[in-house]
Design a protein around this ligand. Sequence first.
Ligand SMILES: Cc1ncc(COP(=O)(O)O)c(C=O)c1O
Length: 381
Amino acid sequence: MKHVNRRGFLVNGSALAAAAAARTEMSAARADFPWAARQTYLNAATEHPLSVHSTRAIEEYLHALSHGPDSARDRFENGHLMAEVKRMFARLINASPHEIGFTPSTQTGENIVLEGLDIQAGGGNVVTNDLHYGGSLLNYAHRRKAGMDVRVVPHRDYQIDIRDLERVVDRKTKLIAIALVSNVNGYVHDVKAISDLAHAHGAYLYCDVIQCAGAIPIDVKAMGIDFLACSSYKFLMGGRFGYLYVREDLQGAVLRPRLFGGRSTPSGASRYEISTASHIGCVCQHQALQYIHALGVGRIAAHARPLIDRLRKELPAAGYPVITPETSHSPIVSFRLNNPEEARARLKAANVIVTMGSYLRVSVSVFNNMADVDRLIAALA
Ligand SMILES: Cc1ncc(COP(=O)(O)O)c(C=O)c1O
């Protein structure tokens, strides 16, 4: 295995920085994701393939773990790399690095927010909606059983009407919790309107951004987001661990840390950390976030747009009604399925990977192109 100089690799990103910077054309990104040559993979919203750059870094890390010596392992397991990863994630959402803590997952982040706000003890309520993630809705169902006042707003035609939220938010509302982009259908919430509603009632806004971080621009300040969490295995391109953003002035007094350990710091959002974050996740994210920044989230979003637009136009004509509002510009689009078994068989025969449940969900990323979309349409038409 090629020896990589510590400073060259960690500080300058070595091969990756060079590779990512060279990707001025989005079409060149396809070669960085070998999976795309093997299957028509339109499923980044479930799990993003690893890039060759993340894979190489992880392989080098594993080699250091199995062969040593200490100094080789320390090239990957060090505070500098972790701080750099936090800085890059903070930049992605227009936050400060001390507003970012590592968390094992999105749902852990949401639980930290729910526990830290003292909602139930203070007689408060939580407002969410049924386009939030199923696992989170399960969390709220458990909490309701335990006595929490939880209000779940139903969608209307697969979008959330702000007037429905206005009807249930009151002075006792402590938190509005949403998936900024819904995993169900890629619906993009009107986040600023929801944030204004929350703040006008003295409540806070939590956003689950796992279905959009790295895929569409997120600005916590402009959007008025108070708390945010996500994992890295979707549009952040790999590494099974996550991030928690807590607005600086809410840390401590408003959002109390409830769990403590060797990683809990006296200040900053790392006060919500307990144990050391996944090193393998950090190694992967160190590469992936450089890659995303080098491409630019604006360009990544622009790349997805015509692919999604074409699916939205062609699949309804083939008998798959779209359930994603036209105004939602995300990398995800979903369709109703009249005959799931037939669709599943056709996609299997065509070697096309999407999410199939009670509906068909298609998601696109930097490695996808119009030929992928055409193969999906041809398989279903
Ligand atoms: C919107 C949304 N939130 C949360 C999750 C689960 O995230 P985690 O495994 O990081 O808790 C998913 C997984 O598909 C999701 O789509």
